[in-house]
Design a protein around this ligand. Structure first.
Ligand code: GTP
Length: 136
């Protein structure tokens, strides 16, 4: 789980490290861990409600993440941009393409939507097990 609303925040323990970069570094460690080589990953990009509020308040992503450049400072473009970065980290650390990454944009304070997403994730994991055993 990574908070994608945190693009304008820095670590308390190191004020030079942007919190999105910190999440990407943590995710790189997960993806490059040999013990997790064959484990499918489910990533919740969380706090999208706060991301939407920040964007509506006019906070510019490019001020904090210069690589965002002149893209539109609107929710869909921003969330797609950050999601793509996490997928890129996964791709770089998944040379044999055996592992899947499932990403979900979440706001866990919306308990109904979160419950629906978790049910879908659980269903797809079970479906994967059944396919592996050729039962479906
Ligand atoms: N608005 C909103 N608040 C959330 C969401 N997820 C967690 N929180 C709240 O954020 C606060 C911190 O919780 P977490 O983010 O789980 O904890 P954390 O990772 O230690 O906190 P941060 O470092 O601030 O991200 C709590 O008050 C949560 O209720 C979300 O999707 N939307």
């Amino acid at each position: 789980m990574a908070p994608i609303s945190a693009f304008d925040q820095y670590l308390e323990e190191d004020y030079k490290v942007n919190r999105i970069d910190d999440s990407l570094q943590t995710f790189t460690s997960v993806c490059s861990n040999p013990l997790l080589k064959n484990v499918h990953l489910v990533l919740f990009l969380n706090k999208i409600d706060i991301l939407q509020q920040k964007i509506q308040a006019g906070i510019k992503v490019r001020k904090y993440i210069t690589s965002f450049g002149n893209r539109n400072n609107e929710y869909h473009e921003v969330s797609e941009y950050f999601t793509a970065h996490f997928h890129q980290v996964h791709r770089k650390n998944n040379a044999d393409r055996r592992r899947a990454l499932y990403t979900h944009l979440t706001s866990v304070i919306d308990t109904q939507a979160t419950q629906d997403i978790i049910s879908n994730v659980r269903d797809s994991i079970f479906r994967g097990y059944l396919q592996d055993t050729s039962l479906v």
